[in-house]
Design a protein around this ligand. Structure first.
Ligand code: HEM
Length: 141
């Protein structure tokens, strides 16, 4: 097994954790808000949420290392798209989805999910689909 194989395995596991969370957020959170179970879910998540920053760091480090190890160009479209995807989804999560989720959870009972809570995880799910495709076809190489 080469260093590339090891790095790519770590990279794909990191991406899979993130992508799964994005799809889940899109589908589950608005339903939790409507059911009034969002506060309980958020409380549990505060204890397990450390998994996501770790997976992002692994994704980023393995991606950067792969570029160097395999010898790709930093300007290649798929590399640029990967970096933009991390910045955009991190920003959306921290500034839009997170606050909207907090707002809905603070209601303490069944509530209509704020619009931002519905569109923001959908946007980063789409960002990830585009990024995974760009990585698979090595866009720009
Ligand atoms: C949300 C962000 C990202 C996702 C979802 C993602 C996903 C993936 C996936 C699924 C592959 C495997 C493609 C295949 O083998 O057919 C891959 C490969 C790769 N990714 Fe990413 N990636 C992301 C971010 C990044 C970043 C930020 C970088 C670089 C700074 C990067 C660099 C690479 C490289 C160089 C490969 C190809 C490795 C090789 O040819 O051996 N990725 N990525």
């Amino acid at each position: 097994m080469s260093l590339r194989d090891i790095l790519l395995t770590i990279h794909i596991i990191g991406a899979a954790i993130w992508f799964g969370a994005a799809v889940w957020s899109t589908l589950a959170y608005p339903k939790h808000a409507r059911k009034g179970t969002l506060a309980a879910v958020s409380e549990v998540e505060e204890k397990i949420g450390f998994v996501f920053p770790i997976s992002i760091v692994l994704l980023l480090i393995s991606g950067i290392w792969l570029v160097i190890e395999v010898g790709y160009e930093w300007e290649s479209a798929f590399v640029v798209i990967g970096i933009i995807a991390i910045i955009l989804s991190g920003g959306l999560n921290g500034r839009v989805f997170g606050p909207a989720k907090k707002e809905a959870a603070a209601a303490g009972g069944p509530v209509d999910p704020p619009a931002a809570m519905r569109w923001s995880p959908l946007v980063y799910t789409v960002i990830f689909v585009v990024t995974i495709w760009a990585m698979v076809v090595r866009l720009g190489v």
